[in-house]
Design a protein around this ligand. Structure first.
Ligand SMILES: Cc1cc2nc3c(=O)[nH]c(=O)nc-3n(C[C@H](O)[C@H](O)[C@H](O)COP(=O)(O)OP(=O)(O)OC[C@H]3O[C@@H](n4cnc5c(N)ncnc54)[C@H](O)[C@@H]3O)c2cc1C
Ligand SMILES: *[C@@H]1O[C@H](CO)[C@@H](O)[C@H](O)[C@H]1NC(C)=O
Ligand SMILES: *[C@@H]1O[C@H](CO)[C@@H](O)[C@H](O)[C@H]1NC(C)=O
Length: 649
């Protein structure tokens, strides 16, 4: 008798697991990708997609989900759900869609705000396949020159220049040639990089399997037996660099993508992944960054969804009985029943329908002309970061619940950034610029430089910029010559502290006063001088300059305390247990987190945050669908090649 019960249980479990993994329709297909159409240059037509203002009448009926924030993470989650027939509404606070992928044009110069280059877009890479699926093949990328980054360390006579090349083997070979005494260190570095890249999915899986299982695997040591990545991800980047070489210039190369925390407080895996990201090439969206939201929004619309802007969500509504918020044991059991019941519904079996009541979250309110407009949907996906979600949008009595506090306290708000947007009345050739990005460092000790800079007072900081990044967007996009003839632009980026700008936080945007303007110009002028030391022809042709600060980030990107990458990418966040606990579902039932706070920042990181979120919402791992699609594509390509050979014969 017991054996029979056990057997029954096993069969149900195995069947359930199979169904969970393979038994649901895939949102992705070969057929949904078509050859790219011409670039849409008509401003009005673009605005119709990217700048549709919020009005209650525009909200589709019977919504299945609301996504707060139109960054790449939210749009990816929305498009994935939409392609499965779910009706999705994306709400964006800014006046255009895209989040970090939006662009702005002023005086004929177009600037992207949060996308300088993306990697891993070579043919049949998983990332490219996803991009193709959520834009139905309409988004195109241009590869930058193989020499995609230059690093300049030091100044005066002691200045050193290093160049970074992409290429499966070239990246490593090229570094070895520049560090002939450290070839072993470089080799070892690339070995660890390979492990990190090939095992990243194990880290992501921690967020997909049940949390208790993830914690069991980690705490029991089973995870460590499976792969060294679980240990490596919690090791700081300085420790790894020190273990390989004492050459400080090489340390910089290993960790040059700065993002607010010094290498000693960064996860080595994250730093390794950043360089690895560009190993197979650095890319830029053809037509500029706004092409990304433009094409994803079209797909969302095609399937009955909507992307509406000027729609700041100011509250997430939680069921009046508090039923939406319920983490008691009985709720968990009911949730379990709901899982079973949705499985049964899928198989046309009936269960007491009253059990599903627990699933209801009423919706959100959008602030419109000083009024709160209510929009309802059973699922809320928040793509505006954990701090905005948990500390601003949830009702106050829920914010203070210990479960919520625990989630919030796992992370810290990240550092802000300052961007200098410069426009030149000259062509690329006239200025001697190209698609290669430049990273400038005052010295080769990044830990010390960052510690020192971030401990400075407000007045000292502008004259002591220790590191900076600069790029020429117009030189990366070949269509820029058509769209903005005779013009070139440059963006400079440096990390800054929110506190330095805090005194102006309550002043209205663009009316923050002369002292604010003067203060940010001190940073800008020093940065521009540094840029001119590398590109002397820039100075005479400068006709436009605009500076954004953490306060601009907070206004235009809705970022909490003006952070560049939302939550800080520190080592604590990437400790395995923290990774397992920071997931897409939240203590509030049917409220899900998407975007860069889920796994990591970056366009790719945030996109995966969106896919992990869609998987959690759908209770179906869409990565399996993607891997199957990848296989199909490979087969198709192979048979295509066969045909070609046959034809030639
Ligand atoms: C200056 C800069 C340069 C970068 N360069 C690169 C790069 O070269 N390569 C790379 O891969 N990554 C880069 N990144 C990082 C990358 O852009 C981000 O990590 C990623 O785009 C984040 O996507 P997301 O969807 O998580 O969030 P976001 O794009 O930040 O989207 C969040 C959205 O939510 C909206 N929102 C906030 N609150 C509300 C509300 N209450 N109601 C409605 N909407 C709201 C915001 O307006 C915003 O549109 C850069 C970032 C910055 C800032
Ligand atoms: C970095 O890791 C090394 C080796 O584990 C350790 O000695 C050092 O204290 C760590 N640094 C920081 C800042 O945690
Ligand atoms: C871009 O210009 C820099 C500086 O002039 C030069 O070192 C680099 O090789 C150029 N890159 C390409 C891809 O031509």
């Amino acid at each position: 008798m017991w054996l029979l019960v056990l057997l029954m249980w096993f069969l149900v479990w195995a069947g359930g697991t199979y169904w969970y993994l393979f038994g649901k329709p895939s949102p992705f297909s070969l057929e949904s990708v078509r050859p790219p159409g011409p670039l849409e240059l008509d401003r009005e037509k673009r605005s119709k997609i990217l700048k549709q203002g919020f009005r209650k009448e525009k909200v589709p009926e019977n919504l299945d989900a609301i996504v707060i924030g139109s960054g790449i993470g939210g749009m990816t989650a929305a498009a994935t759900l939409a392609k499965l027939g779910k009706r999705v509404l994306v709400l964006e606070q800014h006046d255009q869609a895209g989040g970090c992928c939006h662009t702005f044009t002023e005086k004929g110069f177009e600037f992207d705000v949060g996308l300088h280059y993306i990697g891993q877009l070579h043919e049949n890479s998983l990332f490219k396949i996803i991009m193709d699926q959520i834009t139905e093949g309409q988004l195109q990328f241009v590869e930058l020159d193989k020499h995609f980054d230059t690093l300049v360390i030091g100044s005066g006579e002691k200045i050193r220049k290093y160049t970074i090349y992409s290429g499966k083997t070239e990246m490593e070979e090229h570094l070895k040639a520049q560090f002939p005494d450290d070839t072993k260190a470089v080799e070892e570095f690339f070995k660890i990089m390979k492990i990190s890249a090939s095992k990243t999915h194990l880290l992501a899986a921690l967020k997909l399997i049940p949390q208790w299982m993830a914690l069991f695997l980690l705490k029991s040591g089973i995870a460590d037996l499976c792969s060294s990545i679980f240990h490596l991800v919690g090791t700081n980047a300085t420790a790894v660099a020190n273990s390989l070489t004492s050459n400080k210039d090489l340390h910089i190369i290993f960790n040059y993508f700065f993002y607010g925390v010094p290498p000693k407080q960064s996860s080595s895996v994250i730093n390794l992944l950043m360089l690895h990201h560009y190993k197979r090439g650095a890319y830029y969206p053809k037509g500029g960054a706004s092409e990304i939201p433009f094409h994803i929004a079209k797909v969302i619309q095609k399937y009955g969804g909507r992307v509406l802007v000027r729609a700041p969500v100011n509250h997430i509504l939680v069921n009046s009985k508090g039923a939406a918020y319920d983490t008691t044991a009985s709720a968990r059991i009911s949730a379990c029943l709901v899982d079973i019941s949705s499985w049964m519904t899928a198989h046309q079996l009936k269960l007491n329908p009253s059990k599903t009541e627990l699933l209801i979250i009423p919706g959100v309110t959008v602030k419109k002309d000083q009024e709160d407009v209510e929009v309802q949907a059973p699922v809320i996906i928040s793509n505006c970061g954990v701090f905005n979600t948990f500390q601003k949008l949830l009702p106050a009595h829920i914010q203070t619940k210990p479960e919520i506090q625990k989630r919030v306290n796992m992370m810290r708000p990240g550092r802000g950034c300052l961007l200098v947007f410069s426009g030149f009345d000259a062509t690329q050739e006239g200025l001697g610029i190209n698609s290669t990005n430049t990273w400038l460092f005052k010295s080769n000790d990044m830990d010390a430089m960052m510690d020192e800079f971030f401990s400075m007072g407000k007045d000292e900081a502008p004259d002591n910029i220790p590191m900076m990044y600069l790029t020429f967007p117009s030189a990366k996009d070949p269509t820029s010559k058509i769209r903005h003839p005779g013009k070139s632009c440059m963006t400079m980026l440096l990390m800054v502290k929110y506190e330095w700008f805090e005194e102006w936080k309550d002043a209205p945007v663009r009316k923050r006063g002369d002292d604010y303007l003067a203060y940010k110009m001190r940073f800008a002028n020093n940065a521009f001088d540094w840029a001119c030391s590398q590109f002397p022809k820039l100075r005479d042709k400068l006709v436009f300059q605009e500076v954004s600060t953490p306060l601009s980030n907070a206004h235009y990107l809705g970022s909490y305390l003006g952070a560049m990458y939302s939550a800080e990418q520190n080592l604590e966040r990437f400790q395995v247990e923290a990774m397992a606990r920071n997931r897409c579902d939240t203590p509030v039932k049917n409220l899900f987190i998407s975007g860069q706070d889920v796994f990591s920042s970056g366009i790719a990181g945030a996109l995966h945050g969106g896919l992990l979120c869609a998987s959690t919402v759908l209770k179906h791992i869409v990565y399996i669908d993607l891997l199957m699609l990848k296989k199909k594509l490979k087969r198709k390509k192979a048979s295509g090649a066969d045909e070609q050979v046959k034809k030639r014969l």
